[in-house]
Each structure stands twice: as C-alpha cells, then as structure tokens.
Design a protein around this ligand. Structure first.
Ligand SMILES: C[S@@+](CC[C@H](N)C(=O)[O-])C[C@H]1O[C@@H](n2cnc3c(N)ncnc32)[C@H](O)[C@@H]1O
Length: 295
C-alpha cells in the first residue's frame, strides 16, 4: 500500500511536529503531550474515559458482550489499560490537567471538541462543570445517540452525550459550518471491538466544521479521530495508553487509507477542503495529492 501523504492547506508544516504527525503513539497522553511543541495542533477531537465504573447508575445498560465490549466496561473490567474507576476528585484533577495540556499544544485559533457524558450519582445529576470550571467553553453540542435500555425506574432513558466546544479566542468555524446546529443526531458506533468508541461521523462532523490542518486525539482508542481526519484530508496525532487499542487504531487507519487510494488511472476525488482551496487558487493540482475523501 502506498503511504497516504496528507498535505497542509495555506500554512507550512511545523517541523518539530514531523515525528508526531500521522502516527498512533502508545503512551500516557499527558507525558506525550508534554513532549509536543506548544501551539502545534489546530484542533483536538477527543473523548476521555468517563470514569463511569464508580457510578451509582444512570441507565447506561447497553452492553453486548465481547472481549473489549461495552459490557466489559459495565461489568467492572474497564479499558484494556485503564480501570475507569478513579476517585472522583482525582479524576477531575486529571482531566483538568489533560485539558490544560491540550490548550498548550493548541494554536491560538484552535479548539477542543471534548465529548463527555453526564451521570447521576446517588440520585443527583452530576454534570461535568467541575472539570470545565475556568476553561473557555464556548458552546455545548448535544450528541443525540440512539437509545439503549434503561433498567432504572428513576430516570428517563438517557439518549444524549455532550460535546464541549472549548475554544481559543481566534477560533472560527469553517464557512457555513455554523448552520449545522448544536444538536447532532448520529447513531452510536456499531461493530467496533473497542468498548467506548464514538462514530467516525461524529469526529468527521467536528473536523469538517473547521479548517484545522492537524487534529490531535490524546485518547484515540480505536483510531476513530484519525480515520475521520484522513477522510477529511487532514493530518492527525493519536495517543492511547493501551498497546492493544493502538494496534487496532493502526489497522483501522490503514484500512481507511487503502479505501482512499485511487485505483490505477483513476484521478483522486478531492475533499471539500481541497475543493475550497482549489477554488481559492491556493491548492496544488488534484493529481499531486493522495488524501482525497470519497464523499
Ligand atoms: C472513551 S475511550 C476513546 C474511544 C475513541 N474515541 C474511539 O472512538 O475509539 C478512552 C480511551 O482513553 C484511553 N486512555 C485511558 N487512559 C489514558 C491515558 N492516561 N493516556 C492515553 N490514553 C488513555 C483508553 O485506553 C481508551 O481507549
């Protein structure tokens, strides 16, 4: 398979970032991000562990079985390399440190799409305000997923998660992207062996709504954000603590890259961002590119 060579639109590659780009890094995300240059990525799309295993329950009973299945999370096994069961205050402090590091590596026009889930503890709603306190949250997007089962008579069936849009001051959406609205109806991911993957469409929608060139996911899991970045013609940096998930992510990325490869003699299909760059006269001719998304 020929390598996919994403390219930059408008600005130059950040040279110290070269070793990081278009790789899935097996690492703790804090130690990895601390080694990355400041202001080196334009966008973060991520979903951290939710720390749900010490939850007293909020109807999240939708497991289906399997090695890394959602059931594994719900049955107390956690992720392959993280038990998802930290004392709450430690968890909040950890996530705040992760967010601070994401903001450090983000450019002044960058933003973070931070997917999380509210939960009920001892009958009371616990939103994630304690994690978000003081961060520049610009908007909350509702990800309306399909249902599941609710065995708890005290609650309505939860059908949404939230995506905090944490934005640096110069962040702007791509032209016309604002019309998408702040409720995203996207079915939850299916058939992914990772226990808590979000759908490629979710990551794609976030990425396509921006003009970001380099997209970071410090909790990349099965590689969804990297697949979405490839499909949108952007570069990615993926990090995960689990070597097993890193292997899964690399395999998914390789499959996605192969699917984007033009057949011999077939011109590549440009992504929306490439078409825009071509129309503005800032892009190279289409046949010099490898990163076309099939839409
Ligand atoms: C909610 S899942 C992300 C799933 C991903 N969005 C996908 O679509 O596959 C959270 C991930 O964080 C990873 N993780 C947990 N602790 C971590 C750490 N300290 N550094 C990096 N990754 C970590 C877990 O292994 C898990 O894959």
């Amino acid at each position: 398979m020929r390598p996919v060579l994403p390219r930059f639109f408008g600005t130059r590659p950040i040279l110290p970032m070269r070793p990081w780009l278009n790789q899935i890094h097996h690492s703790d995300c804090l130690s990895a991000m601390r080694r990355m240059p400041a202001a080196s990525v334009n966008l973060v799309v991520t979903s951290p562990p939710y720390n749900l295993l010490n939850s007293s329950g909020n109807g999240m009973k939708n497991g289906r079985g399997g090695k890394w299945s959602r059931a594994a999370l719900l049955l107390g096994k956690g992720y392959a390399a993280h038990d998802d069961c930290m004392p709450h205050d430690d968890y909040v402090a950890w996530q705040r440190e992760c967010l601070r590091e994401m903001l450090r590596v983000l450019t002044p026009d960058g933003a973070i799409f931070y997917n999380h889930k509210w939960r009920v503890q001892r009958g009371l709603l616990q939103d994630r305000a304690d994690i978000m306190d003081g961060f520049p949250v610009r908007q909350i997007i509702i990800w309306q997923r399909s249902g599941g089962f609710n065995h708890n008579p005290g609650y309505f069936l939860p059908t949404y998660e939230v995506i905090y849009l944490i934005a640096n001051p110069d962040f702007r959406l791509a032209p016309k992207a604002g019309g998408i609205g702040d409720v995203w109806r996207i079915r939850q991911d299916r058939g992914n062996p990772h226990p808590a993957s979000f759908p490629v469409e979710l990551a794609r929608r976030a990425i396509a709504a921006t003009t970001a060139e380099v997209v970071l996911d410090p909790f990349i899991g099965s590689g969804t954000t990297a697949v979405a970045a490839l499909q949108e013609g952007r570069q990615y940096v993926g990090i995960d603590l689990s070597e097993e998930y890193c292997r899964l992510a690399r395999a998914r990325v390789a499959d996605a890259a192969a699917a984007l490869e033009p057949s011999p003699g077939e011109p590549p299909i440009p992504s929306a961002l490439e078409v825009k760059a071509m129309l503005q006269g800032t892009a190279e001719p289409a046949n010099s590119r490898q990163t076309a998304a099939r839409r």
